[in-house]
Every structure is written in structure tokens, then in C-alpha cells.
Write a protein that binds this ligand. Structure first.
Ligand code: ZN
Length: 227
């Protein structure tokens, strides 16, 4: 068993070194009679609790090794709990000013991507945009004196109110997971495509909530200095 296990840490948000905290391994002997001959096999089942060298968080890993897979004996049926996040994505706990119900949605979208549940992930991406617009009181955008209330209108509404740049709004609009066709033309998207879509959502949360708060606190500090 590996003394040191390098894997993504959900809390640190990056790959870190994990060291064994406690481990248990046991051999199971298996006898099988094939054509009147007795064959003996074994498998080692191992359970380990590792601890992250960065934050001290624990993880559980279980696997088995089968005698006929020698000489390399690769680990089989590996289970790692809790499931790992996706290292390139900003983890939910890194957002400080996003409302809790929107962070819950963001967490669910990442969980769906980890488990490659494409339809749920696509629906979640649309739902989080709706939730951001509701939170900011944005009903849509004005087009030819009419209020466009569909998702496109709402994204443009975020832009009109200054929460997103036009470039950012367009990247949301033209993303295949977010556009109006996304839910009608369901097909097998790759995990990489899902991750790219969630990354745009993370940038949207930054623009709408985090930057806004940074600018406000910066303005307050400067107003105090002027006084
Ligand atoms: Zn960690």
C-alpha cells in the first residue's frame, strides 16, 4: 500500500500529498474446483484512511488486489470517499459573498459533473443563472420596447445592469449548455465541456457577487480616508 497518496483535496482545492493515518489489509483465500482440480486464489482487500498534508482533512480509500494480476498487481475497484471535486474549478467554499441557496446550486452542479450526469448538470447551469437573476431582481432585457423574459433576456439584463461585461454575457449566451437549444438537443457531452461551462458560471459568480463586494468595501475605505 502506498504510504503517500497524491490526490485532489476538496478543501485545499488542489492536488496534495496525503499520508496514511490508519490502514487495514486482509487476505481472502478462495478455492475453486475446475475439472476435478483444486485451484487456489487469493485477493487482498485494503482499507486506508489518509490525511491531507495541507489541511488535515481525512479521506477513505478502499481497493482490492487479485493474485492473477501479477506481477504488477494493479489496484482494482478503487473507491475514494468523499468523492473528489474537479481540480480546475473554483470550490464552493472559496466564494464569500454568494447567497447560500445559489452556492448550494453551484455545489450540486459540480457534483453532477463529477458523476457525469450531463442532463442534470445542464439543467443546473440554467437554474443557477435564473437564481442569480431572481436574486438581483432582473426580469429580463428590453428588446424593441418589449421585455425579453427568457433566459437570453435575463443574461442580457445582467449585462444591462452592469453585473456582466457584454463579452461575458455573450460567452454565457453562446455556450451550448446554456443556449435555448441546450435542453432540447440533448446529446453526450464530455466532462471537459461540462467543466468549461461551470468555469463560466464561476466567473459569473465572481463578477456578480465577489467583485461587487470588493469594490464596495474599497469605496467605503476610501470615503473614510477622504473624511
Ligand atoms: Zn487539504
Amino acid at each position: 500500500m502506498e504510504e503517500i497518496f497524491k490526490i485532489h483535496c476538496n478543501k485545499c482545492g488542489t492536488d496534495t500529498i496525503h499520508k496514511i493515518f490508519v490502514a487495514h489489509s486482509e487476505r481472502r483465500n478462495i478455492h475453486e474446483i475446475i475439472d476435478y482440480r483444486n485451484y487456489e486464489f487469493w485477493e487482498d482487500v485494503t482499507a486506508v484512511i489518509y490525511r491531507c498534508g495541507g489541511c488535515g482533512e481525512f479521506l477513505f480509500k478502499k481497493y482490492r488486489i487479485w493474485c492473477e494480476d501479477g506481477p504488477d498487481f494493479p489496484e482494482k475497484d478503487v473507491i475514494v470517499l468523499p468523492e473528489r471535486n474537479i481540480s480546475v474549478l473554483k470550490t464552493p467554499d472559496r466564494f464569500q459573498h454568494v447567497p447560500s441557496h445559489i452556492i448550494s446550486l453551484y455545489r450540486e452542479i459540480i457534483d453532477a459533473a463529477v458523476k457525469e450526469m450531463v442532463i442534470l448538470c445542464s439543467a443546473g447551469i440554467r437554474a443557477i443563472i435564473e437564481a442569480i437573476c431572481n436574486d438581483k431582481g432582473i426580469e429580463g432585457a428590453t428588446v424593441d420596447n418589449n421585455l425579453d423574459k427568457n433566459l437570453r433576456g435575463k443574461i442580457m439584463g445582467l449585462c444591462e445592469k452592469g453585473y456582466l461585461t457584454l463579452k461575458h454575457a455573450k460567452s454565457l449566451l453562446y455556450h451550448k449548455f446554456i443556449g435555448d437549444k441546450a435542453l432540447h438537443e440533448l446529446r453526450n457531452h464530455t466532462k471537459e465541456e461540462l467543466v468549461a461551462a461551470i468555469d463560466i458560471i464561476a466567473h459569473t459568480l465572481d463578477s456578480v457577487y465577489e467583485l461587487d463586494n470588493k469594490v464596495n468595501s474599497w469605496n467605503e475605505t476610501n470615503e473614510k480616508k477622504v473624511k
